[in-house]
Design a protein around this ligand. Structure first.
Ligand SMILES: Cc1ncc(COP(=O)(O)O)c(C=O)c1O
Length: 407
């Protein structure tokens, strides 16, 4: 097989061998149901509690009991928002942002159709929030505020501490989608003014199909899944035991290596951006003026189509993304870049490179060598750089059709 470079770690990460090793016994030997009273059950439930402690430590929870295992980040987001609303059925207002992951965005759109009033906080051209807008939005009718920690497409980090002070100062529960930050930047919920927080195992080298929702002690949280008594009656359903064990191990390893993101991974990402800025024609780095995740680079190539770039990158063994994996396959421009009022000539050509601690200098060098020729080839196909907007749209279609035919 030729060279493979995986720069799509915000979509998912490689499950590391130690995690798989930790999981295997729970797919075989330890098959008991953790709710059973006999030894087959108790030996499994003890291990689930160890995994809970490992996850609690990754996010700095004061008490492991504040961690509820879920099936994924999407479930955590849905459960948190629905739980906050159910805790205050008399209140009908939700505050969130225009740039959330579909797990929050889509749910809030549905709730809006069902009669909730939703305030969609805007972002500026760099992807930053206006805290005055947040302050003005909050009212006695606000039941829930849900704001992401870092954006999955641009990596822009919102000032969660300041936001939390404002929201909780009004006595309103505050949920944070930290799916993209857990394992990448240190979280300390003992100090963060946050009531509920979502994470997902597969974003930090754990398995897919398992996540966790942190619910601060004392917060009213009506369960989302109803059934048995698992997770102290807060999330019914027989546990994904191997997944939970794997997520716990991944949390332990991520805690030990978290400093590497701010040093080595950030240096790799910065080198990628510096080189592309010098050699890949007209580019802009979306969200660059804001505080960003150290592993994420969202690059717009002017007049080009992100999907065409991805196809050619893939031919060279380079895996990246146009935005969130969940919107791949749709030709709609990113809702995040639209909310940032990204001009039309930069909107379609966005490519997200997202690194992890497993990436190397050599891989960055390889990508830096390949991208300029891909850009040159696409510019040659469409000559978009020299054409007006109308002609550009027509030719953009031709460029992607040509590439499509070649596939
Ligand atoms: C910010 C954010 N929230 C939620 C999710 C959903 O997580 P999961 O894939 O575990 O459902 C994702 C996944 O990409 C994400 O990036």
């Amino acid at each position: 097989m030729g060279k493979e470079v995986y720069f799509d770690n915000n979509a998912t990460t490689q499950v590391i061998p130690e995690v798989i090793e930790a999981m295997v016994p729970f797919l075989g030997k330890y098959y008991g149901n953790p709710s059973s009273i006999h030894r087959f059950g108790s030996q499994v439930s003890e291990k689930i509690d160890s995994a809970r402690a490992q996850v609690a430590s990754l996010i700095g929870a004061a008490d492991p009991v504040e961690v509820i295992f879920t099936s994924c980040g999407t479930e955590g987001d849905n459960a948190a928002i629905r739980g906050m609303l159910e805790a205050h059925p008399e209140k009908r207002h939700i505050v969130t942002t225009q740039v959330e992951h579909p797990a929050v965005l889509g749910l809030c759109q549905i709730l809006e159709k069902k009669g909730y009033r939703v305030t969609w906080l805007s972002v500026d051209q760099d992807g930053g929030l206006d805290l005055a807008e947040l302050r003005a939005a909050l009212s006695d009718d606000t039941a829930a505020v849900s704001i992401m920690h870092a954006n999955n497409e641009t990596g822009v980090i919102f000032p969660i501490e300041e936001i939390g002070e404002i929201v909780r100062g009004r006595g309103i529960p505050f949920h944070v989608d930290a799916v993209q930050t857990a394992g990448k930047i240190a979280l300390d919920l003992k100090r963060m003014p946050v009531d509920l927080l979502t994470i997902s195992g597969h974003k930090f080298h754990g398995p897919k199909g398992v996540g966790a929702l942190y619910v601060r002690r004392g917060i009213t949280f009506p369960p989302f899944m109803i059934g048995g008594h698992q997770e102290k009656n807060r999330r019914a359903g027989t546990e994904n035991v191997a997944g939970i064990i794997g997520m716990g191990k991944a949390a332990e390893l991520a805690s030990a290596r978290i400093g590497e993101y701010d040093t080595r991974v950030r240096a790799l990402r910065d080198r990628l951006e510096k080189s592309l800025s010098a050699t890949a024609g007209e580019i802009r780095i979306n969200g660059q003026a804001q505080k960003r995740l150290p592993n994420t680079s969202n690059v717009s190539f002017r007049y080009l189509e992100g999907e065409s770039i991805l196809v050619l990158l893939d031919q060279q063994g380079i895996c990246a993304s146009t935005g969130s994996a969940c919107t791949a396959g749709s030709s709609e421009p990113s809702h995040v870049l639209r909310a940032m009022k990204t001009p039309a000539d930069w909107l379609q050509g966005a490519v997200r490179f997202s690194l992890s601690g497993l990436n190397t200098e050599e891989e960055v060098t390889y990508v830096n060598e390949k991208v300029p020729s891909i850009v040159k080839r696409l510019k040659g196909l469409s000559a978009l750089g020299q054409l007006g907007n109308h002609q550009a749209d027509t030719d953009r279609g031709v460029a992607s059709a040509t590439l499509g035919a070649r596939e």
